[in-house]
Structures are given as structure tokens and as C-alpha cells.
Design a protein around this ligand. Structure first.
Ligand SMILES: [Zn+2]
Ligand SMILES: [Zn+2]
Length: 414
């Protein structure tokens, strides 16, 4: 196995960047810092490379290049240790955000595992057993293995040079390396992306500081795995699959076949609470004794709608009969279930999860460009508790454009 692994590395990771470049960089860099010239320092750092995979062929018809793909879905990843230069929690958060960025834009699902994931992510120094030793500070920052079966357990693995100075905030000196950007680039290799010939893309070979996914990267990953699937039941999906709306629910949903009134009690004479647009999906919390009115949740409010105006997905035998006055919210959503005035707009199709982290189960998908009300946030403000058409859950803040002041939003942690 070891020999086979080494062979794979020799093939996949040609040492096309000479180690002597690194020594040269160091000298120029020192000079640049001594002269206080930011431009010269940038020029000196420019040849930093994420890894030593080959450059893309310059005249490729498409810019992105794909090399391999996972033949299963979902794929797991694990963060198996921590760097010396960063606190562990910050490092792991940056890694999760980097992996989640790919997950959000393609049809492959990436789930975090506690250890030994398909994509095992670790910090290593010097020679570390895979035949491709790291080179100390500067130069090569990381490497990752394509998802090809003959690599065995190494397939997909991602190694970061622990001799680098990794940071999760903007670099203040030229030798600091942005962890999230580097992991996102290497995770591209772990998913089967090769270097692109588009110098504005993340999969460009040179490390130039903080970057995110560019259109070329997204086109490439979608060429491998397709677009994010509407499978998980966002409103765009007209499939009759039941949508699990939120923790407290019965698993049954109703889709309004026309514009509907939500009322305070079952019956057309009861007070109107809200107007519900046609095609809205509504988690069903209960029904009346006759079974012709449904007790649902919409935009955070609970009330009754006429069952005969809805298509019902799931078994009504799972739905309890509730009093006409309704029921208290089954899952009191923490300090403040009321919209705060702060909103978040999804920058891609994003997952709503049951807790603030990628390790929590997915509840539904929030389609790209959807604006949701922010009800709360976690203490780190990197996860937002939002209301999406009455379904409440957590979304990654870094995949949203937030309007308003998150400091005014209540903090909760689950
Ligand atoms: Zn690379
Ligand atoms: Zn390695």
C-alpha cells in the first residue's frame, strides 16, 4: 500500500516547482520588507503556490480542467488535527467554511465526520509518509489527492504544511497564508478539479491571498457533479416528496393550491391572521377533529387553513388533532421568534440545518437569491437562525448577504 501510494504521488504531483525558488523568494522578501515596499513584497510573495500540481494547458477550450470525480454521494470529510499557528476552533471553522463553499454550489453533498473521512484533512510537516515531503515556510503550501480509487485511503486526502503561518483574518505580513482560501483550492483537487487556465479563478495555480469561488470554478465543479439538487425540497421542487420542515413537525406538509387565508380557528368565520400565496409549502402541525382544516406555520405564525385548498404530502395519520385555539409552538425557538428587521439573501442554493454547523442535519434548501428574515445568530455570528416560509433553522452566514446590523440580533447557540 505504501509503495502504491508513493507511485501515485509521483504521478500526480510532479515537483514542477523547484525548491530553489523558495530560497530565492526568502531573500527578495526580506529585502522587500526592509525597504518597506508593499509592491515589492507582493511581487516577492507572488510565486507562492498552493501545491505542485502542473499548470493548466494554456490553450484549453474551457478554462477549468477536471481530472477525476467521486463515484459516490455523499462524500465525507474530517479534520484530523490542528495547526501549530492557529487555535483549533478557528482553524476548523475555516476548513468547514471552505468545504461548505463547494458543497453549496454543486450536486455533491459533503458531510463532516469526526475522523477518517473520505477526505481526511490534516496538517503535516516535512516528510510525512506519503512520499511528497513539505518544504518548510513559503513555497508549497499544501497538496491534495484526486479522488481516484487506485490511491486507496489517500484518495481525496488534503495535507497542509504545518510550517506555514496560517491565518483566518486578513494577512498583515506577506508570509501569512489564508487558511480558508488554501483549503478551498485544495478541496477543489480533492473533488477532482485540476488547475485552471483562468487566472481569476480559485483553481488558478498561484496563491495570491484571499479568494473565493469564481464562475469558472463553479462551472467546473458543476461539470463534475451537476448543480445543487433541488432534491431536499426547496419550494422550487414540485416533486411530491414530503418535506421535513423543522424539528417539531409531523413530517407532513401542505402546499397551497391557491392564495389562502390563515385564520385563528378552523372555519371561514374566524379572524384572518395572514394571507398565504399560492404554492407556498406549509409545515402541518395539526388538524381539526373533522380533518378538513389544517393547523400550519407560516412566516413564524401558527394558524388554520382550509385543507381542501391544499395538496398534502405525507400521512395525515401522523398529524395530531389539536384544539381550535391551536397549540403553543412545539419548539419554542429561543429568545426571539420575531423577525429582527435584519435579513439575509442567499448567494447560492444553501442548506438550512437544524443547528449552527455543517454537522447538523439538513432541514431544507433555501434557493439562491431568496431573502429570509434573521431571527437570531450564534455567538460567533457565522451562523444565522432564519425563517424561510415558516420553516426555521440555521444557515451559514458566509453564504448570505446580510442587510442590517447583526449586532442587534439575539444570540442563541442551538
Ligand atoms: Zn492546486
Ligand atoms: Zn501529504
Amino acid at each position: 500500500m505504501h509503495n502504491q501510494s508513493k507511485y501515485a504521488l509521483d504521478c500526480l504531483l510532479r515537483p514542477s516547482v523547484t525548491k530553489s525558488i523558495k530560497g530565492g523568494i526568502t531573500g527578495v522578501l526580506l529585502l522587500a520588507v526592509m525597504l518597506g515596499s508593499a509592491a515589492l513584497a507582493r511581487a516577492a510573495v507572488r510565486p507562492m503556490r498552493y501545491d505542485d500540481l502542473n499548470s493548466a494547458p494554456p490553450d484549453s477550450a474551457e478554462n477549468y480542467v477536471t481530472a477525476a470525480k467521486w463515484d459516490k454521494n455523499p462524500v465525507t470529510y474530517s479534520i484530523d488535527n490542528c495547526p501549530r499557528s492557529l487555535d483549533c476552533a478557528s482553524a476548523k471553522q475555516a476548513v468547514r467554511e471552505a468545504v461548505e463553499a463547494w458543497d453549496a454550489v454543486c450536486g455533491l453533498t459533503l458531510n463532516e465526520f469526526t475522523g477518517g473521512g473520505d477526505i481526511a484533512i490534516s496538517w503535516e510537516r516535512g516528510s510525512h509518509g506519503d512520499g511528497n515531503p513539505f518544504d518548510g515556510p513559503g513555497g508549497i503550501l499544501a497538496h491534495a489527492f484526486f479522488p481516484v480509487s487506485w490511491l486507496g485511503d489517500l484518495a481525496g486526502d488534503l495535507h497542509l504544511d504545518d510550517d506555514e503561518t496560517w491565518v483566518v483574518t486578513p494577512a498583515t505580513v506577506p508570509w501569512q497564508v489564508d487558511l480558508k482560501t488554501t483549503v478551498m483550492h485544495e478541496a477543489g483537487h480533492s473533488l477532482g478539479m485540476d488547475h485552471t487556465s483562468d487566472p481569476t479563478a480559485l483553481m488558478w495555480e498561484e496563491y495570491t491571498g484571499i479568494r473565493g469561488l469564481a464562475p469558472d470554478d463553479i462551472a467546473g465543479i458543476q461539470a463534475l457533479y451537476g448543480p445543487p439538487t433541488p432534491d431536499e425540497g426547496g419550494p422550487a421542487a414540485a416533486t411530491p416528496a414530503p418535506v421535513p420542515p423543522s424539528g417539531q413537525s409531523t413530517g407532513v406538509t401542505a402546499t397551497a393550491t391557491t392564495a389562502l387565508r390563515m385564520r385563528s380557528a378552523p372555519g371561514t368565520s374566524a379572524q384572518q391572521i395572514a394571507s398565504i400565496p399560492s404554492q407556498t409549502q406549509l409545515p402541518v402541525l395539526g388538524q381539526n377533529a373533522a380533518g378538513n382544516w389544517l393547523y400550519v406555520i407560516y412566516n413564524g405564525a401558527q394558524g388554520w387553513v382550509a385543507g381542501w385548498y391544499c395538496n398534502i404530502y405525507g400521512s395525515m395519520s401522523n398529524v395530531p388533532v389539536v384544539p381550535d385555539s391551536g397549540i403553543a409552538p412545539a419548539n419554542p425557538p429561543g429568545p426571539n421568534p420575531v423577525p429582527t428587521g435584519v435579513t439575509a439573501q442567499a448567494t447560492s442554493n444553501i442548506r438550512m440545518r437544524s443547528g449552527p454547523g455543517t454537522e447538523f442535519a439538513q432541514i431544507t434548501t433555501v434557493p439562491v437569491n431568496t431573502v429570509v428574515n434573521v431571527l437570531a445568530r450564534n455567538s460567533a455570528a457565522n451562523w444565522l437562525y432564519v425563517d424561510f416560509n415558516g420553516t426555521k433553522g440555521w444557515v451559514a452566514a458566509w453564504l448570505c448577504t446580510v442587510s442590517g446590523d447583526l449586532n442587534t440580533v439575539p444570540v442563541r447557540d442551538s
